[in-house]
Design a protein around this ligand. Structure first.
Ligand code: UD1
Length: 338
């Protein structure tokens, strides 16, 4: 079965392409390479022994999307990763985010809606919950007003899919609300490739560890948590990738109870920023140079998932510990800087 993976050269997309191929699917990757490199194809090929089909397409070009779906009428499903994801940039350039994340989604759904049978998996985010009142966060927690245009594109994206599914009974979709993806493939053939200064914690830690950055700033130690730093649910990217395969299988096999479903994808365990630093120090045997600075605007105090729904219904559970994910993130960092 042929599966389209948009944004398949990105961090989560590339790991999902690997898991799909290893599960026996034929993978077609679309990517505009705006935040990724074609070299990732070599990494995927090295792991699976099979080069995915790749087309460099900008999904904002509607005629190209239409043309692609005409040429690939035999698609069994679409996993849609292609999107911009930098919170700060989205505040500065909201229209870029609405165009990249919303227009492209609409163009793809329009094509899918015309197919007889269509399975669609959407990359959503725990950012839709904002600061949830109760921990761990269940899928029933209210969606809060978005803090940024980026967050808003995830909320609007979910609404667009939900509205479309209501009137398109043959369309089947699942939104996966990711918590914080980290790590790299155990082969060290693919991993995260942040362009410029990393905004996310783990790539900043590993780049500091390798000497590319002088010091990590820990954004605040006066939060109402045990050690005062923020708490997140860090999930190994390979576990996250596997969640996409089981979600897609659910749709392909017609096991879904509703034609639009939402699942939290996390580990269920919260870790503080200082705990992540300790984990890095444990697995790397290095002391990390860090200092406590002021809070970063927009950060929530804590967010970790209740994953009961995904565990029970998808039969999926994260396997890797924080240390294992950090070990692989560090292995990857060392490999790309060697
Ligand atoms: C961030 C986004 C989130 C998005 C996700 C995508 C914000 C506010 N949130 O999540 O909407 O879905 O990335 O990957 O940008 N930290 C430091 N020092 C650093 C970097 C981070 O102390 O240099 C801390 C942060 O304050 C936070 C934790 O590390 O407590 C995790 O930060 P990050 O990796 O940026 O993820 P989120 O903020 O959870």
């Amino acid at each position: 079965m042929k599966i389209l993976v948009t944004g398949g050269l990105g961090f989560i997309g590339s790991h999902t392409a690997v898991e799909l191929q290893q599960a026996g699917y034929e993978v077609v990757i679309l990517d505009d390479c705006s935040n990724s490199s074609e070299k990732v194809l070599d990494g995927i090929t090295a792991i699976t022994g099979q080069r995915p089909i790749f087309e460099k397409i900008d999904l904002k070009q509607k005629p190209d999307v239409i043309d692609f779906f005409k040429r690939h009428a035999d698609l069994s499903g679409v996993i849609h990763f292609a999107a911009s994801k930098a919170v700060g940039e989205s505040v500065e350039n909201p229209l870029l985010y609405y165009e990249n994340n919303i227009n492209t989604l609409v163009y793809i759904l329009k094509q899918l809606a015309q197919k007889e049978k269509a399975g669609f998996i959407f990359s959503s985010s725990c950012t839709v919950y904002g600061q949830a009142e109760k921990m761990p966060i269940t899928e029933d927690a209210p969606v809060k007003a978005a803090e940024s245009p980026y967050g808003n594109t995830k909320q609007i994206g979910e609404e667009i899919i939900s509205d479309t599914c209501k009137v398109t009974p043959h369309m089947n979709a699942i939104s996966l609300r990711y918590f914080n993806p980290i790590g790299a493939h155990q082969s060290a053939e693919i991993g995260e490739l942040p362009i410029g200064i990393p905004q996310n914690l783990v790539p900043f830690i590993t780049q500091t560890g390798i000497g590319l950055r002088e010091q990590l700033s820990v954004f605040g130690d006066d939060y109402p948590t045990e050690d005062g730093t923020c708490i997140r649910d860090y999930i190994h990217v390979v576990d996250l990738a596997k969640a996409h395969v089981v979600a897609l299988e659910r749709l392909i096999e017609g096991k879904n109870k509703k034609n639009y479903e939402v699942y939290n994808i996390g580990t269920g365990t919260g870790s503080s920023v200082l705990e992540v630093i300790e984990s890095f120090e444990r697995v790397s045997g290095k002391k990390l140079n860090y200092k406590i600075v002021g809070r970063r605007p927009g950060d929530v105090i804590q967010a970790y998932a209740d994953t009961t729904k995904a565990n029970k219904i998808l039969g999926w559970k994260a396997q890797s510990s924080l240390d294992e994910a950090m070990r692989l993130a560090w292995l990857w960092e060392q490999k790309i800087r060697a």
